[in-house]
Design a protein around this ligand. Structure first.
Ligand SMILES: Nc1ncnc2c1ncn2[C@@H]1O[C@H](COP(=O)(O)OP(=O)(O)O)[C@@H](O)[C@H]1O
Ligand SMILES: [Mg+2]
Length: 249
């Protein structure tokens, strides 16, 4: 829970003695929103998620350090040393992670997501690999960016099927490789890691795995505008990269 004493309210942001503590001594991740409504949604979801994470085993969420509604700004705790899953899947050769470490990380991502779903009764709604952070040797996964994704036009984005989050993450493991790194998308490791992610999720979740639902959401995700325009989906949607038949169980 954000400590109320460190939250800056619009009326006192310029004169509060907390201002310096919050913004200079402790490093923060400052994020701007394009409207008051989007800020409100992100603030409520982020503070709630932080509460859930404080009772969770595998889930971590950055604390809201302060915010200013007038400036449409939220300052989050800076996650020092944490990296996105995107950096891991694209560059893992260069990060010297062992296969065992990679498998463990993806299993943890699944477990952390299952904890978030069951504690919140909601989905994340933009569960892509840039919104999931890991840190070597940490037993938790950090979820960030509880704001409405650009492709959603109502606050319903966090009310969908759990398979939406699972599928979006799996799609992200397969897209956004620049053409010169296409070989990364075809590697067997992507499949192994997809399986670890699902295993982790259904180890912790009380729901039963239903492949048909995953496949339906996976197909729907391939049609989301910003993804459909990627090189991978435009030119390779019929290729084995986007077949998930091996994830039936
Ligand atoms: N609290 C944080 N600490 C450290 N880095 C962060 C934090 N929040 C976000 N980031 C980094 O900034 C990137 C973009 O942040 P995000 O909140 O996802 O914004 P966007 O709405 O642009 O997707 C993330 O992918 C991550 O690399
Ligand atoms: Mg994001």
């Amino acid at each position: 829970m954000a400590e109320r004493s460190s939250v800056l309210y619009p009326s006192d942001i310029s004169k509060s003695p907390q201002t310096e503590d919050c913004t200079t001594s402790n490093r923060v991740f400052a994020k701007n929103y394009s409207s008051p409504l989007l800020l409100e949604e992100a603030l409520a979801n982020s503070e709630e998620a932080f509460q859930f994470a404080s009772k969770a085993l595998f889930l971590r969420v950055p604390r809201v350090v302060s915010y200013c509604k007038d400036r449409l700004l939220i300052n989050f705790e800076y996650m020092e040393g944490w990296q996105t899953i995107t950096s891991l899947i694209r560059d893992y050769h260069f990060l010297s992670a062992t296969t065992e470490e990679l498998r463990r990380t993806f299993r943890l991502v699944g477990r952390a997501l299952a904890e978030y779903h069951s504690a919140s009764g909601k989905i994340h709604g933009d569960f892509d690999s840039t919104n999931v952070l890991f840190k070597p040797n940490e037993p938790r996964i950090c979820l960030i960016d509880f704001s409405r994704p650009d492709f959603a036009n109502s606050s319903d984005y966090c009310r969908g099927s759990i398979y939406r989050d699972l599928a979006l993450f799996l799609v992200h493991l397969r897209v956004k490789y620049p053409p010169h790194q296409l070989h990364f998308a075809f590697r067997a490791m992507n499949r192994t890691l997809s399986k670890e992610f699902l295993l982790g999720y259904f180890e912790v979740s009380e729901t039963k795995y239903e492949f048909d639902k995953l496949q339906a959401e996976f197909r729907a995700c391939l049609k989301i505008d910003y993804l459909a325009r990627t090189f991978m989906i435009r030119f390779l949607s019929a290729s084995t990269i986007f077949s998930i038949e091996d994830l039936t169980q």
